[in-house]
Design a protein around this ligand. Structure first.
Ligand SMILES: Nc1ncnc2c1ncn2[C@@H]1O[C@H](COP(=O)(O)OP(=O)(O)OP(=O)(O)O)[C@@H](O)[C@H]1O
Length: 230
């Protein structure tokens, strides 16, 4: 990939849902280009389509039409195994709710993407341990995740999102379920880790203070994105 190649390019994305007898256009010709290592906040009213957009950018959902390129590669032409490989290897996800497996330890949760990919190597194990150290849970590796606090669980989820060394982190309201202090801590770690590992971040948030701390802030309204000053 040359310096000039964007990490992600979305062009003319459209997505609508059937609601009773009418169609609801959620994304309506949306364009978005992101450079490698850039961080970008997406804000917008409830129901404006932020989660829908993130799911499409993360290939968890497909648009009705449009183009989606990752490092110049046409993602919408991929299917099945290739798409799963792309998602597992290039993208880290963190959601409002951590979706950890409560009976498994913090370390086992962080290793889950590697287990799924069949890459449970010594290197991955030590990376998982290092990530848990970085998020301040070096003493909690073997605690059942269900016994950790909400903020600690979200820090485990952050470590899990980064264990496969993705190029892009997609965060959907990662602090939305936390008190202000824990939320700030998770956000700070997210910023520090993504900067030190050179990855791009797209974060959906309602918190304008956090949005302002990112390289760029965009607002989703009427199915398209526009620059937004918090
Ligand atoms: N699977 C679906 N079927 C039908 N409608 C849907 C579906 N998913 C989302 N929608 C509708 O699409 C619109 C956008 O939803 P989305 O969850 O993307 O919004 P959002 O901006 O993330 O909202 P919030 O900030 O409240 O999380 C909403 O009106 C929602 O009801």
């Amino acid at each position: 990939m040359s310096e000039a190649t964007p990490l992600l390019t979305a062009q003319a994305l459209c997505k609508s849902y059937q609601s009773g007898d009418r169609r609801l256009a959620v994304l309506d010709g949306l364009d978005f280009v992101m450079a490698p290592q850039e961080s970008c906040a997406i804000v917008g009213a409830s129901g404006s389509g932020k989660t829908t957009l993130l799911q499409i950018l993360g290939t968890l959902d497909r648009p009705d039409s449009g183009t989606l390129l990752f490092k110049g590669r046409d993602l919408l032409a991929l299917s099945g195994t290739s798409l799963a490989r792309h998602r597992n290897g290039e993208i880290g996800f963190i959601f409002q709710f951590h979706h950890l497996l409560p009976e498994f330890s913090a370390l086992e949760n962080v290793l889950m993407p590697a287990r799924i990919a069949g890459k449970l190597t010594t290197a991955t194990r030590s990376r998982a341990g290092e990530l848990l150290e970085r998020v301040g849970l070096g003493e909690r590796l073997h605690h059942r995740s269900g016994e950790l606090s909400g903020g600690e669980q979200q820090r485990v989820a952050l470590a899990r999102a980064l264990v496969m060394q993705p190029a892009l982190l997609l965060a959907d309201e990662p602090t939305g379920n936390l008190d202000a202090e824990s939320g700030q801590k998770v956000f700070q770690l997210l910023q520090d880790l993504s900067r030190s590992q050179g990855l791009s971040v797209i974060m959906v948030t309602h918190n304008l203070e956090l949005a302002e701390a990112m390289d760029r802030c965009l607002r989703l309204a009427d199915g398209t994105l526009a620059p937004f000053q918090a």
